[in-house]
Design a protein around this ligand. Structure first.
Ligand SMILES: [Zn+2]
Ligand SMILES: [Zn+2]
Length: 337
């Protein structure tokens, strides 16, 4: 997922629940005056190299997840590793959910400038692609959700069981390898016009290094040992990145296939309660598609949504304003009768 070639598909690594800034505003702007460097298609060789790197970034963390239980069983897991992995998961994960998704994609609240930069940086640590491409893909997802044009609908191949199995794979991972690019000038003219966002977007390759290496450095210094650096790298980098990838991708695949649909939306989005904690509230995906700009996705009692709690804290600290909190009458108006 290096993004030194801005037009490459691999820059689009992940997907998630995102969309236009509002349910009724599928595309922001439409300006063609904004420079869009994704318009130049990459060469065939470049594409192959990009796809090989993308494959490595998906496969290696996944193999680490498979190896996690035997490694833990063999005492390759200490409490330092748990702390480092959890903190990095929370920072990168909320960078995606609070920053990339609820703020930059949907405008659910307005952060001040330092917070805006911090959120874009934190989300980049998830290694789900650079911020501008991520937002472009997710606005397109909302514009066409579960219809032709959606970059990652599990219903792409039809409704039979074999078609859905194939579609789930596509929605989860396959779409990353699609050569079709989301036109950025059309979907994210606001971010392309924002110097801070362009800088963080361009810094994505450097942030990959930070995300991959920082846990090892912290783990080594904390324990003053190479062993501590190695186990922190395994848990805090590989397993953490792999787990967050698959949780985010599950919003695209699982949360558009199974679950409860208490709200009216024009797609197959669903609420999946057992993903709520790991997805930091994003798996209340049916409500999200019913009301995309809402800052809280878990609107009903008992629906855990740590991302909403963090936005609440930002608001209380004076770092965020214009938060679009759910209003009971608006939410009730969207319930299925
Ligand atoms: Zn969705
Ligand atoms: Zn969304």
């Amino acid at each position: 997922m290096t993004t030194s070639t801005p037009g490459s598909r691999m820059t689009a690594v992940i997907a998630s629940p995102a969309g236009p800034t509002g349910a009724d505003t599928p595309i922001l702007g439409g300006s063609t005056s904004v420079r869009d460097d994704s318009a130049t298609p990459p060469s065939q060789t470049r594409r192959r190299v990009d796809q090989a790197i993308l494959f490595a970034f998906i496969a290696i963390p996944f193999l680490a997840i498979l190896a996690a239980i035997p490694v833990a069983w063999n005492r390759g897991l200490g409490w330092h590793d748990v702390v480092i992995a959890t903190v990095f998961y929370a920072i990168a994960g909320h960078g995606i959910t609070v920053g990339f998704h609820r703020c930059f994609t949907h405008g659910a609240f307005k952060p001040n400038r330092p917070l805006r930069i911090a959120l874009a940086t934190a989300g980049s640590l998830a290694i789900e692609g650079p911020v501008i491409r991520w937002v472009a893909d997710h606005r397109r997802h909302h514009a066409f959700s579960d219809r032709a044009g959606d970059p990652h609908s599990p219903w792409r191949y039809g409704e039979t069981v074999p078609a859905l199995m194939k579609g789930l794979w596509w929605a989860h991972i396959g779409w990353f390898f699609d050569v079709e690019q989301t036109p950025r000038a059309r979907y994210v003219p606001d971010l392309l016009a924002d110097k801070d966002m362009r800088r963080v977007d361009a810094a994505f390759p450097a942030l990959i290094f930070v995300s991959v290496l920082a846990p090892a450095v912290i783990g080594g210094l904390w324990s003053m040992s190479w062993q501590g650096a190695a186990t922190a790298f395994f848990w805090g980098s590989l397993v953490r990145i792999g787990l967050l990838h698959h949780v985010t991708w599950s919003i695209n695949s699982i949360c558009h296939a199974i679950g409860e649909r208490p709200f009216v939306s024009r797609d197959r989005s669903a609420n999946v309660w057992w993903l709520a904690v790991l997805s930091m509230g994003e798996s209340w995906h049916n409500l999200h598609h019913a009301d995309p700009t809402c800052a809280r996705h878990g609107v009903d009692p008992g629906q855990l949504d740590s991302s909403a709690r963090i936005i609440w804290a930002f608001e209380k600290l004076g770092l965020a304003s214009d938060v679009r909190w759910p209003r009971p009458e608006r939410i009730d108006g969207k319930r299925c009768r």
